[in-house]
Write a protein that binds this ligand. Structure first.
Ligand code: B12
Length: 486
């Protein structure tokens, strides 16, 4: 669900503005909706939440469409991409007028006040805009985490929560925080830079009773049946999550739980008893950063664990099949060799062998992010330069082609093999989909036919002649289109 927009709306609503949410991911008629609002009441200001990658192209399209309705309508971009790259965004004057970096509930409200008064947002931290032909930027210096009381989250702005679930299941997923920040310093992650100005502890657990009150509220008011904790990390202190699950169990709340932030070094500390408790409280999925199959790279990216730890944790999780262990991987970090990349492929296979119910997510290609340790390494040693323009940024998806000075010959082919193999080696398509549409039927057929080849190729790291990768790129494009029209 678009929690970002609900957070941003929380303060402007208190200031008396009428806020509407149009989620272009689910409202295919977003143009008609914007046109109707514009005709009926007028749109004083349009805010767009933007993540890096393809959402940028959508944001450009939306911004330009809004300007076609009313060229004077201020268009504001916010969200993770906007936070780091306001200058390149403001280069496109047809789709954006203001950028809000960082936490935005208060700064967006302050910006709207300035717009209403017709004065530039000179004093508001985190705002960037064009003035007299130049781009002006007020840097946001966050000294504390943003915390919005759940009673202030304007949940009523979403007209239909049933669309925020998992494909083909009756889940109503509500995302929320149980803790703010992250105490670790992974060298590829932007969070340490983002939290560097936070005074005091970099990880703040929320009060367990408040978290469960929040859960109870969304269960009773919006029929939520799945709670997805979007914490950077939920488990630095196991007692934090234990208090929450004890309270959920005590109140008998009928919810499943998902955790996106779980590290191997934390899972290593969990006993079978703790995992039993997690499962009994409804834990459905743990997203785990396994990242790679080389001890040298694990050390370089500061994961505080070894490959052996990953294998042992996975074997422990295999004893708790109610909880799906879902693993993330990263490939192509600076200095990673082809041999080390192949070790990651072997680790994926080992995890599936030891725990046939685990999920291997498509691995992410490493991208240097500003403020991270590895960005320093990439720029100093290899002269790496960030994408400069918005359109370059829009092309940095997981599956986009990537060229970096530190790649050894052959790694790109290995990336493609690992990417395509990751869809099949864990048999997830057959295990987790029951859909009757053409898309799912063909996906299951492809899984049955291709899975043995994927396993064979990955086991022997055979990445040449990867015609199936091209086929896969073509098929996904074709099937997605077919699915939309069926
Ligand atoms: C849920 C989630 C998703 C969901 C959907 C998110 C959504 N927009 O609905 C899904 C699963 C689709 C997803 C996908 C991906 N995600 Co994600 N995701 C998250 C997660 C866990 C929570 C987002 C959230 O709801 N936060 C809570 C809200 C309240 O915070 P917020 O979004 O930061 O919003 C605040 C400000 O940013 C700002 N703001 C946000 N929008 C707007 C709009 C306006 C107008 C204004 C003024 C301000 C503003 O105000 C808000 C309140 O302060 C975050 C991590 C996190 N804990 O934040 C990662 C995160 C956003 N994802 C990230 C990444 C890397 C990805 C993927 C690339 C992963 C992948 N390899 O596939 C893909 C991107 C897909 C794509 N490019 O299309 C990165 C962002 C990187 C980036 N620069 O964009 C994050 C930060 C995780 C991380 N630390 O790496 N993700």
């Amino acid at each position: 669900m678009p929690l970002s927009l609900l957070y941003v709306a929380s303060e402007v609503i208190k200031s008396g503005w009428d806020v509407r949410v149009v989620d272009t991911r689910v409202h295919e008629d977003w143009r008609e909706r914007l046109t109707a609002i514009s005709t009926e009441t007028g749109i004083f200001c349009l805010g767009i939440s933007v993540m890096s990658g393809r959402p940028i192209s959508h944001a450009i399209e939306i911004g330009r469409f809004a300007k076609s309705l009313d060229p004077a309508m201020p268009v504001v971009w916010g969200g993770p991409h906007a936070t780091f790259y306001p200058e390149s965004i403001l280069g496109d004057e047809w789709s954006c007028d203001y950028v809000v970096s960082g936490y935005a509930a208060e700064s967006f409200d302050a910006l709207v006040h300035c717009l209403a008064e017709g004065v530039p947002p000179t004093e508001i931290p985190g705002i960037s805009w064009r003035q007299d032909g130049a781009i002006r930027r007020n840097v946001a210096v966050e000294t504390q985490f943003e915390y919005i009381d759940y009673r202030d989250i304007p949940y009523h702005l979403i007209e239909d929560y049933s669309v925020y679930g998992q494909l083909e299941s009756d889940q109503r997923i509500f995302s929320m925080y149980s803790a703010l920040g992250c105490p670790y310093k992974c060298s590829f992650c932007s969070s340490p830079a983002q939290y560097s100005s936070i005074k005091g502890k970099k990880w703040v657990p929320l009060d367990a009773k408040d978290v469960v009150d929040h859960i109870q509220y969304v269960v009773e008011t919006y029929s939520a049946n799945f709670i997805y904790f979007i914490d950077d990390d939920s488990f630095p202190k196991l007692s934090h999550v234990e208090n929450i699950i004890d309270e959920i169990t005590r109140r008998g709340l009928p919810v499943k739980l998902g955790f996106r932030g779980a590290r191997i070094n934390e899972l290593k500390r969990m006993t079978d008893g703790f995992l039993d408790k997690l499962a009994a409280a409804g834990t459905d999925i743990l997203h785990i950063g396994a990242e790679c199959g080389s001890d040298r790279i694990l050390q370089l990216i500061r994961k505080d664990c070894t490959v052996q730890d990953i294998i042992e944790v996975n074997r422990k999780l295999a004893r708790h099949p109610q909880i799906t262990a879902a693993y993330n991987f990263i490939m192509g970090v600076p200095t990673e060799t082809l041999a080390e990349l192949k070790q990651t492929g072997q680790l994926m296979l080992q995890l599936v062998k030891d725990h046939p119910n685990c999920i291997i997510f498509p691995p992410n290609k490493f991208r240097p992010l500003p403020g991270t340790e590895l960005h320093e390494v990439a720029s100093k040693q290899w002269g790496y330069q960030m994408p400069g323009t918005l359109s370059e940024w829009a092309n940095i998806e997981v599956e986009a082609s990537a060229k970096a000075g530190w790649y050894e010959p052959g790694v790109e082919r290995m990336f493609n093999l690992m990417l395509i193999a990751s869809y099949f080696i864990d048999n997830k398509v057959a295990r987790l989909t029951t859909g009757k549409t053409t898309f799912f039927k063909l996906a299951r057929l492809a899984n049955r036919l291709y899975r043995p080849f994927a396993l064979f190729r990955l086991r022997h790291s055979i990445s040449f002649g990867l015609i199936e990768y091209r086929l896969y790129r073509w098929a996904t494009r074709f099937l997605t289109r077919a699915e939309k029209t069926s």
